[in-house]
Every structure is written in C-alpha cells, then in structure tokens.
Design a protein around this ligand. Sequence first.
Ligand code: ARG
Length: 492
Amino acid sequence: MTDPEANSEDSADGESVVRRERFSGGPARAFLSSLSADERIFAADLAVDRAHVVMLTEQEIIGEDTAGEILAALDDVETDGHDALPDGEDVHEAIETAVINRVGPDGGRMHTARSRNDEVATCIRYRLRGGVLDLLETVVGARKQLLDVAAEHAETVMPGYTHLQPAQPTTVGHWLCSYESALARDTARLFDAYERINQSPLGGAAFAGTPFDVDRERTAELLGFDGLVENAMDGASARDFLVETTAATTALATTLSGLAEDMVTFANRGHVKVADEYSSTSSIMPQKKNPDTLELVRGRTGDTTAGLNGLLTTLKGLPRAYNRDLQRAGSHAYEAIDSVTASTEVAVGAVVTADWPAEKLEAAASEGFATATGVADRLAQSGIPFRTAHEIVARAGEHEDPGIDEIAAAVEAELGEPLDAVADRAAIEAALDPVESVRMRDSRGGPAPSAVGEHLDRARDSVSEDQTTLDERRASLAAAATRLDSEVSQYV
Ligand code: ARG
C-alpha cells in the first residue's frame, strides 16, 4: 500500500497560524466573525469533520495514524466545548486550529478536499434538520392534545363567528379540530422541507470539486443524509432549503396567531377562561387578568414573518457560488424554529388548560339569532325554495329575539299559508335551539358531534402516521450517528 501522505506539500509548519494572522487584525475583525453565532453548529461541525476524516482515510487520502490523531483531537475539542475554541473567523477555522494545536501540522490534513463552503452548507443542513424534527415533535404532540380536548368538547356548543359577528352555533370540539387540521398541513409542509434539507453538499469543496478521489456518498451516509446535492456549485450556493423551512415555519406561526387571536377574543367575551399560568396581570389595575401569553404568540409571528422576509432579501440576486452574505442566512431559520417551537407549546398549553363555561357558551350560541340559518335549512328541507326560506327567516329576524310565533307569522306573510301547512312546526322550533342546530349539521366535516367523532378518528390516524414518519426520521439519524461513532472508534 502506498503511503497516502507521501509527497504532500501542505504540512508546512504553522500554516493555519499564518492564515489566522492574515485575518486576525483590523477593525472589521468582529464584523467578519461568526464564531459566537456558530455555537449552534459546533456539534454539526464536529460530526462533519469526523465523517470527512473517516472517508479520507478509507479513500487512502490520509493515513490511519494521522486520522487517529485528528479524531482524538476532535474528541478533546468536543469535551472542551465551543467556549474553549481558539479565536477564529468561524467555528470551522477555530476547530481546525484547535486540531492543529493538538496534532501539529498533520492536523491540517483534515481540510484536504473540502472548503468551508461545502462544510458550512453541510453543517447548516445537519443542524437544521434536528431543529425541524424537534419542531415537528412539538407540533405532532400539540395536535394530539388538541384532539383529546376536542373529543371532550364535542358537545360543548359555542357561538361561531364570521366577520367577528355571531354566525352559526358550533362546538368547542369543532373549533379545535379546525386548528388541528391546519396544524396537520403545517406538519406536512415541514416534512416536505425536511426532504430537501437532508441532502449532502459535502465533498463539493469551494464550488468546483476536487482532484482527490472523495467518496461523497460515504460522507452522506455517515452523516445520515438521504442523498447528495450533486452539483458542487449548487451545493455551495443553495440556501433555498432555508427559505422552504422558514416559510413552512412562518405558515405554522400564522396558524398559531389565528388560534391565539380567537382565544383573545373568546376571553374578551367571557367564552373561555385562560388558566392563571397562561395569564398575566396589571401592575396597577388589581382586577386585571390578561391573556398575555396568547398575545405574545400572536406578536411573535411578526418576528418570524420578518425573518422570512430578511432571509429572502439576503438571498435575492446573490451570484454563484459562495458570497459572505450567506453567513447571515442560517440564523433566520434557526430563530424562526426556536421561536415557533416555543409558541406552539405555549399556545396549545393555553388552550388545553383553559376552562370552557358550557352553560354560558350555549346561551351565547343563540345570541344574534345565530340559529337563523338552521331554521331556513329546515324550511327548505320541507320543500320551500332556499331563497324563499331565507326571506322568511330574515323577516322573522326583524323582531327582537324571534321565536316560533314570529317565524309562523313570517311564513304566512311570505307564502299566504300557515306554518303547519308547509313544514313540520316541531322541527322548525327545534332548529331554534343551538344544541339541535349543531346536531342537525352532520354533513362530513360539520360540527354535529357525530361528524366531529368521525373526523376525530381520521385525524387521530393521520397524527399517528405523522408520528411514525417522525420516529423513522429520528431512527435513521440515530443509526447514522452510531455508525459514525463506530467508524471513528476504529482509528482512535
Ligand atoms: N462562516 C462562513 C459562513 O457561515 C463559512 C464559510 C466561509 N467561506 C468563505 N469563503 N469565506 O458562511
């Protein structure tokens, strides 16, 4: 076997120090550096370094002894932690310096056949996929909780609104299911983004490939990626996976902002009592109990939306292949994920701990003649054209709090016939009751407890499918981590 390290020219003493000094001074030093922000990708960079060194060794690009020394040094660097890193422009350079400080010039072989450009792109993807899985775990857990509370409240009648005006009675369960459905789509969008995050650009080097015989599939496999970003220039440049992820996260934040707003208005009307632990009070007005957590969920959506805008603005018009603007891109996605993960927990926590005053809600559900549509539906079901039924009920609605007598009078006025001649009076009267009004709307996806019950079964199946997908993704990453550990242990 030939010595893979023979004839190499890159072991000149202190090369990294020279490099470091070249960039060490000047007023722009802190401006250039991403080292402290890179704490987020410290663990990712160590994994990427390890996989790269294992691959270089298997490809006989570096020797096994050198690999052993570099991998041992990486273990030390990990133990000492990000805060102990030497100064550097970023975490990649600082870890390389730390390795060279321990191993000597041969430590510099770690950076053979790669660039910080493919390295950082790989680290961001590695770090982001973990964040997305954690967010997905939170969202899937939240959906389960919402469905449980929806099942408890499948018969808790409440007013439903359009234009914030009383519209038709519904149930707390139906309302909760509506948000779970939206969160199911947010889940799907995040899974979809994950597919494109989890591709490896590693081995593309600066953007232009490398003469070394690298095995890109091997590093991808060792790092748990599902495939390659094939084109090296694309690999260094592409950040659209950040756009997708931040957009999906922003869509989720937007869902939560609506949920929060509903809770704020419900609390305002006395339709829900937010638990003390999700409320705040006033420093001057002793009687106040405010739904501040939900207002913050609503408000934080602004940060996330701004982050998406910031990311797109940073990326717009960037030329190929690597430009330092990209150093500003990742944080938008990480921050969006962190913030929205917290918002999901808090919003759903506030909803599931809230108290729904059933009697008050039921009384409120018929306010503003909200049962009118159900009455018109019943008249139409007895053969009156719907538009005529609508006219009849509208006429009855001119009275304050109309009952069956006002409806009967309106039928006579409109049709010249008594109510009993055209419809089943008892059925019409029943439709004025908000409980019956809900019960009769049992079309698929409707609020009737029977329809909500069927929806709940389907929704629970879909939540458990999503949980399975999530578990599979996690298991695949855990298996890759174990594989990488065991490969590394062969050299250390
Ligand atoms: N800190 C840089 C980043 O986050 C790493 C890549 C630097 N590459 C370069 N050509 N200057 O994007």
